[in-house]
Design a protein around this ligand. Structure first.
Ligand SMILES: [Zn+2]
Length: 441
């Protein structure tokens, strides 16, 4: 994710939305969404089928879901009772659910999402784009809305011609009759809920391909198509660079999608959303820093996902540093040094010194978008590279990606691999940089 930092923050109690009440109790396998979106409407109708596995004996299942009206909730596990308070769905089963048991829940609902699925009608342009980070997937589909529970994602969207739909994964179906259109997408790898998206607009689609053969698609509003093609000219090279440096690109294809995301860019798995009101499209400014950052997230954040929000630097610090590595490799050491200096100066200017990088006390998850996770996380990776040496550092990166691809990781997981590859005790370095406030040098 890419944003402009502004807010000062205080340190109080942890945001309850950062916790997963089903941690260690259930493991969601797949979300299968069916959505009916009539162009012009501000309300949607939805049906979400959740396949989950019981990990620990329970009679209670909790899903996050906000504001929308539930029409029906059924399950394959016999009679269930549920309550819904507009914030969460509490399901109680008659019999105990034992570990290993597979449960299917089907929830039908409708209404106007207050957030998460952004429906706009601007100057005659009707658009619908998901924008979930950090905990807004719950605003348009019931979910265990926490990065520790990744799942496959399947989406069917029924709409009308000539609208185009994009979602995570590959398009497995498209059909139309009498002015109606339906699109079906499937992501066969587990991804975090904050990266599960659909987008709907009248769009132009252009294509490209990396040197390694990964297909790329650029979805834009028709009038921005030529500009996007021109400004994305190094996208194929960026994907190929990370593919060669870190390990094979985690998904089957990558799309860049002009959208209404509130962030400059959002790294949704295999479908990066770029802000239609942001620097790229409105100011026609150089988007390459943003693009290199969001593309790096496909490996770090999306494929290897932080187990908790406190470990967010594993996503943002990595994307920040790997973006700099792209420019080091292609544009030289001077460019790299200037990017790192700017990041360091920005960090010092904000002189946070309030919280360490790994910190779980922010009262709102949005406050995790700070100079600690981005700037200092990236600066730490550079300090680690210097301490370990290039060979051990990049070997640790490749092993970390290979081992935790499509899974979750913690800082301790990464530290163990960095220590094994460098044959050094790095505990002091990790502690100073990640668990103490301010810059250690
Ligand atoms: Zn980011």
């Amino acid at each position: 994710m890419f944003f402009m930092m502004r807010a000062e923050f205080g340190l109080f109690a942890q945001d309850p939305e950062g916790l997963n009440p089903m941690q260690g109790v259930v493991d969601v396998q797949q979300y299968d969404l069916e959505l009916w979106i009539q162009p012009g409407d501000t309300t949607i109708r939805g049906k979400t089928t959740i396949d989950l596995q019981i990990v620990k004996t329970t009679r209670e299942l909790i899903l996050q879901f906000e504001d929308l009206r539930i029409n029906a909730l059924t399950s394959n596990s016999g009679k269930i009772k549920y309550t819904y308070d507009g914030k969460q769905i509490m399901i109680r089963t008659k019999k105990k659910l034992k570990p290993g048991r597979s449960i299917r829940l089907v929830i039908e609902y409708e209404g106007k999402p207050s957030d998460g699925l952004i429906i706009r009608q601007n100057e005659g342009r009707y658009t619908v784009f998901a924008d979930n980070w950090a905990s807004r997937a719950r605003n348009w589909f019931p979910s265990v809305d926490h990065p520790s529970d990744k799942a496959r994602f399947h989406a069917t969207v029924h709409t009308a011609d000539p609208y185009t739909v994009i979602a995570n994964g590959i398009k497995v179906g498209e059909s139309g009759l009498n002015g109606k259109k339906s699109f079906v997408y499937h992501m066969d790898h587990p991804i975090p809920t904050y990266c599960m998206v659909i987008g709907l607009a009248k769009m132009s689609i252009a294509g490209d391909r990396t040197a390694g053969g990964i297909p790329l698609s650029y979805y834009t509003y028709p009038e921005d198509s030529a500009f996007a093609r021109e400004s994305f000219k190094r996208v194929a090279d960026m994907v190929h660079f990370y593919d060669s440096l870190i390990g094979k690109y985690p998904y089957d294809r990558l799309s860049l999608v002009q959208s209404s995301t509130r962030f400059g860019g959002m790294e949704n798995s295999s479908a990066i959303f770029l802000a239609d009101q942001g620097a790229v499209y409105r100011r026609r400014s150089d988007p390459e820093g943003l693009l290199a950052h969001e593309i790096a997230h496909q490996w770090f954040g999306d494929a290897v996902t932080q187990s908790s929000w406190a470990d967010l630097w594993l996503s943002e610090g990595f994307a920040t540093y790997f973006s700099a590595l792209y420019f080091e490799a292609r544009d030289g050491k001077n460019k790299f040094d200037s990017i790192m200096d700017r990041s360091r100066n920005e960090y010092l200017r904000r002189s946070p010194r309030k919280a360490p990088v790994i910190y779980d006390g922010y009262p709102q998850l949005f406050q995790l978008m700070n100079a600690e996770n981005y700037n200092k996380g990236g600066l730490f990776l550079h300090a680690l590279r210097k301490a370990a040496g290039d060979s051990a550092f990049f070997s640790a990166i490749r092993k970390y990606y290979a081992q935790f691809k499509h899974r979750n990781a913690t800082t301790a997981d990464f530290q163990a691999l960095a220590e094994a590859e460098s044959r050094k005790d790095l505990d002091e370095l990790f502690t100073l940089w990640l668990r103490r406030p301010g810059l250690p040098e």
